[in-house]
Design a protein around this ligand. Structure first.
Ligand SMILES: [Fe+2]
Ligand SMILES: [Fe+2]
Length: 324
């Protein structure tokens, strides 16, 4: 079987149909002149891990969720820089072949450009509405420069991981929570609508890339994927430090040294849970990844992830319903 016959045009055509059917515009459909309601929380408790800080008052819990919710939007804008660049490159490789694949990947790229514009708008709005000493710990082009220097197989693996946890977070945690600010929830509902198509294309292109590799090349690509997870973790460490300081400055001086330390630890644990561990536990991602790597490579990946394994919600009620 050739690579093209294993990835038939109809699969891309179905994604194009879905992409056209759900198409939305930032102002017309999503924003509709609204602003964020700062009396409501943003990120749900099962993602923010706010329950690990029982000494917070109700308004401090809300602020903890809002600071993390601001970063949640910011970090998607950040990763979408390398995702759109990679999809544009892969789409270009289809330009003189399967026109449905070419169109599906160009639509994917355009949707990520729209998402980046959306997340930049949100950061500006939240800057005005929230204030505080908030900052981004990493810059999109610098991160994209590092990520795109790795093998395509690894970039597609990281992208599949991200886009599948986007779907899981919305479905299992954001959508069911009735206390979230309606605009913040809508941002991630509209984002989720597009990401459902992106995840299908991620898997198709990752498997297509995998089919081109020799065992030696795949082994090197697994090392690249592990290195990329390490790079993501370094970004999370930097952002958690900035966000803990931002939260503590905005919440006021009442916390003692032990409580301040616990805020920092909970912030980093929550970010590791949100951006790495919840995706690694997502069954669809595990099925694809562990379906294409060898047993030895699987053990190498699991060993690299071991230091992050603590980053899961402390109580089952806060966990996403995922396979371990
Ligand atoms: Fe996106
Ligand atoms: Fe996407």
């Amino acid at each position: 079987m050739t690579i093209d016959s294993a990835f038939p045009s109809q699969r891309y055509a179905k994604v194009i149909q879905a992409s056209k059917r759900v198409h939305w515009e930032i102002d017309r459909d999503l924003m509709r002149g609204r602003s964020f309601d700062m009396t409501r929380k943003f990120l749900p408790d099962g993602l923010s891990l706010v329950g690990e800080l029982p000494f917070l008052t109700a308004s401090e819990q809300r602020l903890f969720s809002q600071v993390q919710g601001r970063t949640y939007a910011n970090l998607f804008g950040l990763v979408e820089r390398f995702i759109s660049a990679k999809m544009c490159e892969i789409g270009g490789a289809h330009a003189l072949g399967d026109q449905a694949a070419f169109e599906a990947l160009l639509r994917f790229t355009a949707e990520e450009l729209k998402h980046q514009e959306l997340f930049r708008r949100i950061e500006t709005m939240l800057g005005e509405q929230m204030g505080g000493a908030y900052a981004s710990a990493a810059q999109p082009d610098a991160v994209a420069g590092v990520v795109l220097g790795k093998r395509t197989w690894a970039v597609l693996g990281l992208t599949t991981h991200i886009e599948l946890f986007v779907l899981a977070h919305y479905r299992c945690s954001i959508d069911p929570d009735a206390d979230i600010d309606p605009l913040w929830k809508d941002v991630f509902r509209y984002h989720w609508i597009d990401e459902a198509q992106h995840a299908v294309l991620d898997e198709l292109e990752w498997l297509r890339e995998d089919a081109k590799l020799s065992d030696v090349e795949r082994d090197a690509a697994v090392d690249d994927l592990i290195a990329l997870v390490g790079a993501v973790d370094r970004i999370l460490q930097g952002q958690a430090e900035v966000d803990a300081a931002c939260f503590l400055a905005m919440a006021g001086p009442r916390f003692d040294a032990g409580q301040r330390r616990r805020v920092g630890e909970a912030m980093l644990k929550a970010y590791r849970w949100q951006y790495i561990v919840s995706g690694v536990m997502e069954p669809r991602f595990r099925k694809t990844l562990f379906g294409i790597v060898s047993e030895t490579q699987r053990r190498r990946i699991e060993k690299a992830l071991l230091p992050l394994a603590y980053a899961v919600p402390a109580t089952p009620a806060m966990a996403l319903p995922m396979a371990a």
